[in-house]
Write a new protein. Structure first.
Length: 105
């Protein structure tokens, strides 16, 4: 999916999402019918992701298959610290914690 037009005219600091420069989103998907092939499919996706990483300018938070702290921080980039402060103020008990969670601590 290409990123262009209005999305690129908004400053990264004006929203939570930092992906504001022209570019593309790449979705990497593996499918399998045989449950025994799951590990190979997951390994292939991770391997391709790692090979493409040097060309990346960030990650799109709504497409994270994994939700590690590192990936969530990468998705929000320099906005992460500001979002932690907002989370501390409005959700200090971390009630809204599913998916790509910003921890209030």
């Amino acid at each position: 999916m290409p990123f262009y037009g209005a999305i690129t005219r908004v400053a990264a600091s004006d929203t939570a999402f930092v992906l504001r420069q022209p570019g593309y989103e790449v979705d990497i998907v593996a499918l399998w019918r045989d449950p025994a092939k799951k590990a190979a499919g997951v390994d292939w996706v991770k391997s391709l992701r790692n090979q493409l990483q040097p060309f990346a300018h960030g990650v799109y938070v709504n497409q994270l298959g994994e939700t590690s702290d590192e990936l969530v921080r990468m998705a929000y980039g320099p906005n992460y610290a500001r979002l932690v402060e907002i989370k501390k103020k409005y959700d200090p008990r971390n009630v809204l914690r599913l998916n790509q969670n910003i921890k209030p601590d």
